[in-house]
Design a protein around this ligand. Sequence first.
Ligand SMILES: [Zn+2]
Length: 447
Amino acid sequence: MCLMNNIKSKILAQLERFRVVHPGPFWASLGVAGISMFGMVAAFGTSPSTVEISIAQQTVVEQLAPAPLLTLSQNDEVFVREDHVQRGDSVASLLARLDVQDDEAFRFLRSNPTTQIIFRQLRPGKQITAHVTRDGSLQTLIYPLNAPERALFVERRDGQLYASERVLPLETEVQIKSGEIRYSLFGATDDAGIPDGIATQMVEIFGGDIDFHRGLQSGDRFSVVYETLNHQGKLIRSGRILAAEFTNAGKTYQAVWFDGEGNGRTGSYYTPEGKSLRKAFLRSPLEFSRISSSFTSARFHPVKLDWRAHKGIDYAAPTGTKVKSTADGTVEFVGTQNGFGRVIFLRHQGRYTTVYAHLSRFATGLRKGQRVAQGELIGYVGSTGWATGPHLHYEFRVNNVQQNPLSVALPTAVPLNKQQLARFQGTAATHLAQLKLVAPRNLALLD
Ligand SMILES: [Zn+2]
């Protein structure tokens, strides 16, 4: 225990150096990529997976956090839900995606004079943050208004809901947390008190190495160092992951954020050796969300899971789940084919083709010859063609021959130059040391 306290104070000392007031544009995006892959869908099917390890982590975290957030961390019944307004959203659909199941809160938003502004300013791309209990009761709702630095702030105090418009100067804090997967990634991040926005960033960062839909295993572990943007100690939104470690099926991947240009606007994730984590192809063509990550269709029987017999990989997912292009490319075919149903063929770098079949519909306006970026929305999961239930049939072809994408060697990204590498190593060393301090295996040893 003495050793544990010693480590805690070391972490504290390290964190002091990172604590900075964030004066920049209030709601400026701190996301990883420009592409909106952060969109979250309503929550269900998460499983409680409290382990001794996560209790130890939480103790560490509570030592680091200021008072109001400490209350939040201690009460494991409150979760931070984050999402973006999408085209066609209503306040009701937005609340559903945030996992708010609270008629009283919805009636309050509809009838309170102060909250009417959310209905008038429901603009696509805006980020909304909610603190929600496990049974869906709304505790706090923060919605950015069109005026800079202003937000609509709804909160429950002593069982009553209150709304106000506020100026919210944000303060950046660094958090270090870790967890172990028992049933699902969101189950583990919920237990560790990690906001959804950080969970989805992890999926994006390691999405070139790990198939988060089909490849996660019980016992997989992660540690993450990330920023939160707080107002008076309350988490307003999650910021950027600074470093992360993910152990999948016994293999450990590490990532450190680095701004190679040094201009504060661009940046990317690298291995501790300075190799870019960006891959030419994503492992999974599905958007990661609470629903798609825990979905198993009763009607879907993947009789030919072996890709050699089947020539593809099947992803069970609810109808309407977003399908993303796994790489930069050009639309070669979009339409209906026997067996495949509604299907898209994308061509990449001349010799690679990816196929997305059984779709319910295509992204609006998608047409032959169009260029698409990695991670771009191209269609939605369905069960058209020869499909026994909603799923995505995904093929990866080299010179038009189906290959197992997991076994194909792919071109790697441009490495950092010498000066960048020197600068990178300074940043990386600090964050990697922080990760090591909260790595589950270390805490387990200390117990
Ligand atoms: Zn299939």
